[in-house]
Design a protein around this ligand. Structure first.
Ligand code: FES
Length: 273
């Protein structure tokens, strides 16, 4: 029998419980496109964020008080004057340590263990499986029941850290309304504000947040406030994937805008003052 095979790999032995067909898949559509786009999207963000986090320049616009989220909070003596909104309790940092080294690992952990991103990179990078009806290259499936993937369960703790960092980003965005010349509003303020609003949407739509607000309740009727909160969080939760991608985009755009303005490549568009 001739199969219409979309994948070059057709010799893999099907894992136990999988259909015993010689082809890896019978799908003839472009099933490989979503995993490919996901990989490209994630890789672009990781490369950009890594480069920017180690650059140590053009992250603070002294005139308009714009601070990129990639350098917040800046707590070291190595931070440029004005960018440390919480003081500089940490001394000088060697060049190989990002200035936001206290927040970046938690943000990375939060995203890496996010339920949506897990699905995305399990499919697109680990290919387990890459798409519905497409065999995976791995012979065994152990799920998240043992090391290292059992560590994904720490997501709930990263959620609390992400909450704190989102509050800090919000504080940065509010401070940016008071630049060198006092109160003012520019395009940078709009960019920072949109970014934090979407960061809140992403953080509050987290599955752990649903559990925090409505989990372990036996009677919703006896806890109307928690029920109402859980309902709102659940509404946001249905858009969690969109917020995951939108915030990757706004984080890059916000950083890029601060980078361009603080380096003098472009001038901030001012609406007031
Ligand atoms: Fe995505 Fe928690 S599930 S951030």
């Amino acid at each position: 029998m001739a199969f219409d095979v979309a994948s070059p790999s057709s010799t893999d032995t099907p894992p136990p419980g999988r259909a015993s067909i010689p082809a890896r898949t019978l799908r003839t559509d472009r099933w490989w496109l979503p995993p490919l786009l996901t990989t490209l999207g994630l890789a672009t963000f990781v490369v950009y964020a890594t480069v920017r986090s180690f650059m140590r320049s053009d992250y603070w616009d002294a005139e308009n008080h714009y601070l990129t989220p990639f350098y917040s909070p800046c707590l070291s003596d190595s931070c440029v004057a004005g960018s440390s909104h919480f003081g500089t309790p940490i001394g000088e940092l060697p060049g190989f340590i990002p200035l936001a080294f206290l927040s970046l690992p938690f943000l990375l952990g939060f995203r890496l263990t996010c339920y949506y991103y897990r699905k995305a990179y399990y499919r697109s990078i680990w290919m387990a499986p890459p798409a519905c009806g497409v065999g995976e290259p791995h012979e065994r499936y152990t799920g998240e029941t043992r090391l290292p993937l059992i560590l994904q369960n720490v997501h709930r703790y990263f959620f609390y850290a992400a909450l704190v960092i989102t509050i800090i980003n919000t504080y940065d965005a509010i401070l940016a309304f008071g630049g060198e010349n006092g109160f003012g509003i520019g395009l940078g303020n709009v960019v920072l504000l949109v970014n934090v609003v979407l960061l809140w949407c992403y953080t509050l739509s987290c599955h752990s947040c649903r559990h925090v607000t409505g989990g372990r309740l036996k009677h919703f009727s006896r806890n109307p406030v928690r029920y109402w909160t859980w309902t709102q969080v659940s509404r946001l939760n249905t858009r969690h994937m969109q917020f995951a991608w939108l915030t990757l985009g706004t984080l890059v755009l916000t950083d890029l805008y601060v980078w361009l303005v603080s380096s003098g490549a472009i001038a901030d568009l001012r609406f007031i003052n």
